[in-house]
Design a protein around this ligand. Sequence first.
Ligand SMILES: [Cu+2]
Length: 152
Amino acid sequence: MKKLIIGAMAMGLSCLAAEAAEWKVGDITVSAPFARASAGMANAGGGFMQITNEGDADRLIAASADVGKMTELHTHIKDGDVMRMRQVEAIDVPAHGEVALKPGSYHVMFMKLKAPLKKGETFPLELTFEKAGKVTIEVPVAGVGAKSAPQM
Ligand SMILES: [Cu+2]
């Protein structure tokens, strides 16, 4: 019984740590990142996160990860009735504001994956902001159709 209680407490602590995962660089805070597990033979995957800015307007201008041969910044545009992905040069982070990288909108695209992204894994992702500079975050891989960061 004692062991069970201690185990539950330890899990509670690790949940808190996971929820609090955020990275700061300059005025920028990146939080709640996640990637989707790659489905079947797909050799690309999307990465998502919340970016908040306590300072002047900035832009996310590059992303780099080892999981694929190329990493691009993408958005979704509506082309007739079809949503298509398009590469963008940068993602604006408004002054004293925030931008969400989320499914159906802006995202980081991991292309030509070297291996499938598997649920439960994490991998490092380097982000470059025009003003704030570079920060390397740790991205957990959630389920194939996940819409938000892994929850417990
Ligand atoms: Cu994409």
